[in-house]
Write a protein of this length. Structure first.
Length: 598
């Protein structure tokens, strides 16, 4: 139907799944909300091979309208719902990992659900299918994992409702999950998101053909289901995506065969998506699964969320998308904040995207989120492994006059090999990579730039995307042996707040910063009458520089004295000459390193 009609649903159909496998579990399933399913059938698909050690299994959990067919099995196979991310050489590489994806309990693509035969009557369950929870979905997956002979999963991966399942796996079965990838998800739905689901279910329930859920053998409640899906599609897109898709031709809709209004281009799009959805999905399953998603709740407060996440023992990758208003980034940050406060290993990135909630299923930002997933899955151990022949200086901000980070050498010498370290403004992770190679303890970076976060993740580092100007609230008191702020203090808006946070979080803090009283910089201003400029972090022009603080060694020492900050060590460098400075550092040093504490 053309680019305007492309969506995360574009390639989905109701055709039989050629590679579907089935497992039947005769043991009754006691459901969390009451009721029992006498037996459960699970339809699933697998990709790749389980290795001899049995430690390369990756479970992918689908979103509300997904199924077991996550990707093509061969060239002639139907497209999967996540072909862009799953396959040979892709982010979830089926040449490395044994990938499993099952249709969720309550679904309509083979796994026991409302359209399955009720053993008691021989007819479809319909409205007699009991309500299920995310925990029930995970329990059926656990049975499948046992059936496949897998003791522990290398990773559980999921987005949206699939992310809820991944979170449940990590907290309910911590001994069986090494890594969790949570994409575009939340600890629970916002009230706004809940409201959209309520309207969608009411559209189905009030359809005259719904007949209390017992519509099998007659006309299905297609109008209600289509309306629910049309409403859902609005929530999956961002305002910018809607504008790009429909604004230019808003009064020239596509001529699609539909009974729904198509006066506007956005109307023809929604009608098309709604009608296509009815062809492949069951209304009762939509009601069942949307309700399971709405009931999911890891905690309404930070304390409740932290208590739930405390059970997890895995490594975490959390990814949100900037324009997602259905599962907004702040909800992902709630998860990350709780994990950081608990001292759990976590990486986080809020990927810039105009695609809205659907971004995690689309190719637009695949280079970003795909790279994060690939790097995270490939890591071994709590901090992973540095890439071979990794140049720890490549890509990091240069010194004032030289490209080599001489100050790194001194900072590394200051930190004991066993110390835990929080590196603020870590860039691409050069300093942390050196510490990791040396065998330091817990290492975490904080960085705002998305590309730098991805580069650090490729180094096998835990990096959290955050703005230092927002403070270090997620981190607990004295949580790290050392907090490092290298080449960043001059770009900080609220210096007093950040310094107070650093001294709270770290037992000791290491700061390196350029000295703007260096004699060559003084001469540029006093003799040449020009704003100081040089290679490295002072390479910017006066009108585009991120450096908003022009201070000196003497200024910083006065700052520490006034606030009773204890200075343990001072190191002064002339990076142009490649040496330490002992005499008159405020004039002769271009870089200073201070070790401080309360």
């Amino acid at each position: 139907m053309g680019e305007t009609f492309t969506s995360s649903d574009a390639s989905r159909s109701a055709r039989p799944l050629k590679h579907a496998q089935r497992a039947v579990f005769r043991e009754p399933l006691e459901l969390e909300l009451g009721g029992t399913l006498p037996e459960v059938e699970v339809v699933y698909e697998t990709y790749g091979a389980l290795n001899a050690a049995g430690d390369n299994a990756v479970l992918i959990c689908h979103a509300l309208s997904g199924d077991s067919h996550v990707a093509r099995h061969e060239a002639g196979d139907d497209p999967g719902w996540w072909d862009i991310a799953v396959g040979a050489g892709k982010a979830i590489d089926t040449e490395k990992y044994f990938v499993i994806c099952s249709n969720a309990l309550g679904g309509c693509r083979g796994t026991t659900g409302p359209n399955s035969a009720n053993p008691a009557t021989g007819r479809p369950y319909g409205a007699d299918f009991p309500p299920v929870t995310t925990g029930d979905l995970v329990e059926t997956q656990r049975r499948l994992v046992d059936h496949l002979g897998i003791r522990a999963l290398r990773a559980v991966v999921g987005g949206s409702m699939g992310g809820h399942q991944a979170l449940a796996w990590a907290t309910r079965h911590p001994e069986r999950v090494r890594k969790t990838v949570a994409l575009a998800t939340s600890p629970r739905l916002t009230t706004q998101a809940l409201a959209f689901d309520v309207i969608g279910r009411n559209a189905i329930l009030r359809d005259p053909n719904f007949r209390g859920g017992q519509y099998y053998g007659g006309p299905a409640p297609g109008v209600g289901l289509a309306l629910a899906r049309m409403l859902g599609h609005i929530t999956y897109l961002s305002p910018q995506a809607m504008k790009e898709k429909f604004e230019a031709d808003r009064l020239t809709p596509r001529d699609v065969p539909t009974e729904f209004e198509k006066r506007f281009s956005v109307g023809s799009y929604l009608a098309y998506q709604g009608d296509k959805f009815v062809e492949r999905f069951d209304a009762n399953s939509y009601v069942t699964l949307s309700l399971a998603m709405d009931l999911f709740d890891l905690g309404a407060t930070p304390a409740e969320l932290a208590e739930t996440l405390r059970r997890a023992t895995c490594e975490w990758l959390v990814v949100s998308f900037s324009s997602d208003w259905l599962f907004p980034p702040e909800q992902s940050r709630e998860i990350v904040s709780a994990l950081l406060d608990l001292g759990k290993p976590v990486s986080y990135c809020n990927v810039q995207s105009s695609c809205g909630h659907d971004a995690f299923l689309l190719a637009d930002e695949l280079d970003a989120y795909g790279a994060l997933i690939s790097a995270f899955l490939g890591r071994n151990g709590a901090q992973g492994e540095a890439p071979p022949n990794d140049d720890v200086y490549a890509g990091d901000a240069a010194s004032i006059f030289h490209s080599r980070r001489l100050d790194y050498d001194r900072i590394v010498d200051l930190i004991p090999p066993e110390a835990s370290v929080l590196d603020l403004g870590c860039g691409q992770g050069g300093l942390l990579a050196r510490l990791k190679a040396r065998g330091n303890g817990r290492l975490v970076g904080v960085e705002l730039d998305q590309d730098a976060v991805i580069a650090a993740a490729r180094r096998g580092l835990d990096v959290v995307q955050a703005d230092l100007n927002s403070g270090l609230i997620p981190f607990g008191d004295q949580q790290f042996d050392y907090v490092i702020l290298s080449h960043t203090l001059q770009a900080v808006k609220d210096v007093e707040r950040l310094m107070a946070d650093m001294l709270r979080v770290g037992k000791r803090c290491v700061l390196s910063f350029p000295n703007f009283a260096y004699h060559k910089l003084r001469r540029m201003l006093a003799v040449d009458g020009r704003a100081p400029e040089s290679p490295g972090i002072l390479r910017f022009k006066w009108y585009n520089s991120p450096n908003i603080r022009f201070f000196t060694i003497a200024d910083f020492e006065e700052f520490c004295r006034e606030r009773e900050v204890r200075v343990h060590q001072r190191i002064f460098l002339d990076l142009e000459e490649g040496k330490e400075v002992a005499r008159d550092p405020n004039l002769l040093a271009d870089m200073a390193i201070f070790v401080v504490s309360r």
